[in-house]
Design a protein around this ligand. Structure first.
Ligand code: BES
Ligand code: MN
Ligand code: ZN
Length: 453
């Protein structure tokens, strides 16, 4: 699926706009009243692409840029949403040997009659395309079953993406992680025959010596719960437990393609959580990179454990800010519902504000949760620095656990467990299965940091 700008035959505003050689015309209602925002532009484009793809034999379509006329949006911003909505709606999940249905649209042309606007439209389309493709990459990673997408395979795909896009990619194997002292992360990996991989992606535009913005994504390729085994029903969905890492890898792809003028580092600790004779157990006490210890109450509270060492690791970069994304708790869905907003937990109000503003702008919702010291109480351990589970004491205690391992930088944690995998299609731009949540948000945040520096 590619979108491109096309000046058509017309050279200026006075040109004849009357001719239409298209065999079919698709009319999409844009809704009435209220402000026609970027979200509506994206949705209108997505609805159109979906409708066109359902028509037998239709492979190509053309569209104008909605929203750049009377709605008054900048042509590039509106064109970006048109391309993005078109690509998000046209996503096709891999079929694994099943006969492929008619594959839908293969191209979309964005028509702009005004020569004066054409460059802006082209820039917007290219941006929407870079972001849309990256969201689809994240969807591919999350949809992939865990027998195929092991930590080694995730690292291989991250490496391939990095060389494609021009990012630096370093992968630590278990020996290197041992060397770094990541005993908390490695405890989670103990029960799996698939070795853990610690992926580090770096986008370093020339001349930017500034402190980097860092994204860290939970990359549990499958979460059985370990010895604290999950129940059977719905366990298959735990292939999505690397959704945070998928979002980070996807965002780095877009950031590299867009050449965002800001140093950004993406970290994806990839680990499988399995029960086994060698698996870690409830009651174990493990020591991480910083020398801090954790008492394991539940081996199913494993996400915060791998994040503990990943967040300790990033302190060496002296980051301007660190944002982690994790499918951390089922409870976040109880609190916020499914596929509306993810939870944000932060100890830095300025970073939290930036995240909220980026979320509102790009349409990937967030909602803030408290971080009062009192949420610390249920994770006090008699024997270690902290324990990894507090039972039913609310979502904030999970974030409080992670906070122990975040020293020396502003930090925010996004619990995205209610966002990454959909039971059924959510809207024209968000299909059943992996949503790719987080990619757009992280790209928007990186661009805001770039603009401010
Ligand atoms: N990966 C799960 C959280 C999850 C649940 C993600 C549902 C997506 C959908 C996480 O590792 C987990 O098991 N969390 C436990 C935490 C508890 C043991 C403190 C949970 O939410 O039950
Ligand atoms: Mn778990
Ligand atoms: Zn998990």
């Amino acid at each position: 699926m590619y979108a491109r700008a096309n000046g058509g035959a017309a050279e200026d505003e006075e040109a004849d706009e009357g001719g239409l050689s298209a065999p079919r015309v698709l009319i999409v209602g844009l809704g009435g009243g209220g402000r026609f925002g970027l979200g509506q532009i994206r949705r209108a484009a997505a609805v159109a692409a979906q409708a066109a793809a359902k028509l037998k034999g239709v492979k190509t379509m053309a569209t104008i840029v909605h929203g750049a006329g009377i709605a008054g949006h900048d042509a590039d911003a509106a064109a970006q949403e048109v391309a993005l909505g078109t690509l998000l709606a046209s996503y096709q999940p891999r079929q694994y040997g099943r006969k492929k249905e008619d594959a839908g649209l293969t191209s979309c042309t964005v028509v702009e009659y005004s020569a004066a606007k054409l460059q802006d439209v082209e820039r917007g389309v290219a941006r929407g395309e870079a972001i849309g493709r990256a969201v689809c990459s994240a969807r591919d990673l999350v949809n992939e079953p865990a027998n195929l997408l092991t930590p080694l395979e995730m690292a291989a795909r991250a490496r391939a993406m990095a060389s494609d896009v021009g990012l630096k990619c370093t992968v630590l194997d278990e020996a290197a992680m041992q060397e770094e002292g990541m005993g908390i992360l490695l405890a989670v990996s103990q029960g799996s025959t698939n070795p853990a991989q610690f992926v580090i992606l770096e986008h370093a535009p020339e001349g930017d010596e500034e402190a980097p913005l860092i994204f860290v994504g939970k990359g549990i390729t499958f979460d059985t719960g370990g010895i604290s085994l999950k129940r059977t029903g719905g366990m298959w969905a735990m292939k999505d437990d690397m959704g945070g890492a998928g979002a980070v890898i996807g965002a780095m792809e877009a950031i590299g393609r867009l050449g965002v003028p800001r140093r950004v580092i993406g970290i994806a600790p990839c680990v499988e959580n399995m029960p086994d004779g060698e698996a870690f157990r409830p009651g174990d006490i493990v020591t991480g990179m910083t020398g801090k210890t954790a008492e394991i109450i539940s081996t199913d509270a494993e996400g915060r454990l791998i994040l503990a060492d990943a967040l300790a690791y990033v302190a060496r970069f002296d980051p301007v800010a660190v944002v982690d994304l994790a499918t951390l708790t089922g409870a976040i869905g109880t609190a916020l519902g499914m596929h509306i907003r993810a939870g944000v937990f932060s100890n830095d109000s300025s970073l939290e504000e930036k995240l909220m503003a980026a979320a509102d702008h790009c349409g990937e919702g967030l909602w803030p949760f408290p971080m009062d010291a009192e949420y610390e109480k249920p994770i006090k351990s008699d024997m270690a620095e902290v324990k990894n589970s507090a039972g039913r004491s609310g979502v904030s205690s999970s974030a409080k656990f992670i906070e122990h391992f975040t020293e020396g930088y502003p930090w925010a944690h996004l619990d995205i467990a209610n966002m990454v995998l959909a039971d059924s299609r959510i809207n024209a731009e968000t299909p059943k299965g992996a949503t790719g949540y987080g990619v757009r948000l992280l790209v928007e945040l990186a661009e805001r940091y770039a603009a401010a520096s």
